[in-house]
Design a protein around this ligand. Structure first.
Ligand code: GLN
Length: 474
């Protein structure tokens, strides 16, 4: 637990040198296989900061944290896993980074991800795929796969990810760790390199519920630099929330669409929740089949507009500068964006073009509203909604990457929360052939802390799965 680690460092039960050494030894030994980091800072620099911060104090005094590489870190390269930003060093910190630094956290490095967070497996990275520490032949999920793998491998106890349609929860599920996609507006997006603004949030990733809550309480809160943040502070009190008499709706349509090994493990957990006194009922999300197309239409449209800024003049790769501007623009972008990013820019631009806008984009917005409405209705009957986080086991490296439609289908269960702005949390549910399976909890808008506290009860009393470290088999 972070609270104990902070104390141990403060009381010198654990020396800063040993803590840093231990971390670097693990990363040095295993990250050539897992490829969780794009950038790792130097040991000397980190050790100095850890020592300084232990003296200064704070809720994370001296704690090492891994940051997804689409979150701006002053003076530390931030690539978005793209050739486009291969050498980009931000001159400023994202608001979440400022908040972490204020509490004494020390950034150990920047984690691998799908290029511009577009993907579900961390294979679209320009820096090569991240491999799942539980099974190196498998993907760690994505797009925050580096952060998930860094937690599962035990390199760090805390990480940040971003979640536009599942990018925190997929890696949480596939790495047997914890991840929260916060309610929209609770965490500042200032300094997050935008993919699809109306859907995404930065969120905490950790190895247990308590640490997840601590990290969330630090990064959440209003921010003048992000007008979409809410002017309220969520009162964070971490306590196990017993599931007795909690009304749990099982999204049975989604559950039945999952692979057998996945639904099997999830049903076991549901049975256990029921014997703990939870009030379990099968239910359905109306329009579930439209969630995925609506999500991809909205996400690609926003992406095509956001990524227009990489013109090689103001931002990004600028190998070609001479000649006709159109050609220069096309050449730089043609060379520096990967195939998945290009696909989305093209489709997004098409969707937003005259005539098609009404046919696709407006329809998708209507579906988004309908989904919100059906969720509002469900939350009058249930305190939380439960489903598998991912419909399939972690795919093998190479298995879905060349089949975009199959890859998009992996996000079936996760995109719902982004469309509806509600919080969703993934925690370990169990294993099938040593492959992790995640349980997703969704709650009504701003019930983030409630979800964290429920997940804490589940990890301690139901699944008994937390603080797991993968036995990396080389
Ligand atoms: N897999 C989804 C996508 O590619 C979600 C990604 C994310 O949440 N950043 O859009």
């Amino acid at each position: 637990m972070i609270v104990e680690l902070v104390n141990d460092l403060k009381n010198k039960n654990l020396e800063a040198e040993e803590y840093v050494e231990r971390t670097y030894e693990k990363i040095g030994k295993y990250d050539k296989y897992t490829n969780a980091f794009i950038t790792i800072r130097s040991k000397e620099e980190i050790l100095r900061e850890v020592k300084e911060n232990i003296n200064k104090g704070g809720k994370l005094a001296g704690i090492l944290i891994a940051i997804k590489d689409n979150i701006s870190t002053k003076g530390i390269r931030t690539t978005c896993a793209s050739k486009m930003l291969e050498d980009y060093i931000p001159p400023y910190d994202a608001t979440v980074i400022e908040k972490l630094k204020k509490e004494g956290a020390v950034i150990v490095g920047k984690t691998n991800m799908d290029e511009f967070a577009m993907g579900s497996t961390t294979e679209t990275s320009y820096f090569g795929p991240t491999r799942n520490p539980w099974n190196l032949e498998r993907t760690p999920g994505g797009s925050s796969g580096g952060s998930g793998a860094a937690l599962a491998a035990g390199y760090v106890e805390l990480a940040l990810g971003s979640d536009t349609g599942g990018s925190i929860r997929a890696p949480a599920a596939y790495n047997a760790t914890f991840g929260l996609k916060p309610s929209y507006g609770t965490v500042s997006r200032f300094g997050l390199v935008a993919y699809a603004n109306s859907l995404e949030q930065i969120g905490p990733m950790a190895r247990n519920a308590e640490d997840l809550g601590l990290l969330f309480s630090i990064i959440a809160g209003p921010d003048d630099k992000d007008a979409t943040t809410l002017d309220l502070s969520l009162n964070f009190e971490f306590k196990e929330q017993n599931v007795k008499s909690v009304r749990i709706g099982i999204l049975s349509d989604i559950l039945e669409m999952s692979e057998k090994p996945v639904s099997g493990v999830i049903k076991d957990v549901i049975d256990k929740l029921s014997s703990e006194g939870a009030l379990i009922e099968d239910t359905k999300l109306g329009n579930a089949e439209y969630a995925l197309p609506a999500y991809y239409i909205i996400a690609m449209s926003e992406a095509s507009s956001n990524l227009a800024r990489y013109d090689g003049v103001r931002y990004g790769y600028s190998k070609y500068m001479e000649g006709n501007w159109r050609e220069v623009y096309a050449k730089n972008r043609g060379e520096a964006f990967g195939i998945e990013v290009k696909r989305r820019i093209l489709l997004g631009s098409f969707i937003l073009s005259a005539g098609y806008y009404e046919e696709f984009y407006l329809k998708a917005l209507k579906v988004r509203n309908l989904i919100k409405k059906s969720l509002d209705e469900l939350f009058t009957k249930y305190d939380i909604l439960v489903s598998p986080t991912m419909p399939i086991l972690p795919p093998k490296i190479g298995e879905v990457i060349n089949d975009p439609v199959r890859m998009y289908a992996m996000d079936l269960n996760t995109v719902i929360a982004n469309l509806a702005a509600i919080p969703a949390l993934s925690l370990p549910a169990g294993f099938y052939n040593d492959l992790p399976i995640g349980l997703q909890l969704m709650g009504k808008y701003l019930s983030d802390i409630y979800l964290i506290n429920i997940s804490s009860y589940i990890e301690r009393n139901v699944t008994k799965l937390y603080n797991l470290t993968a036995p990396i088999k080389i």
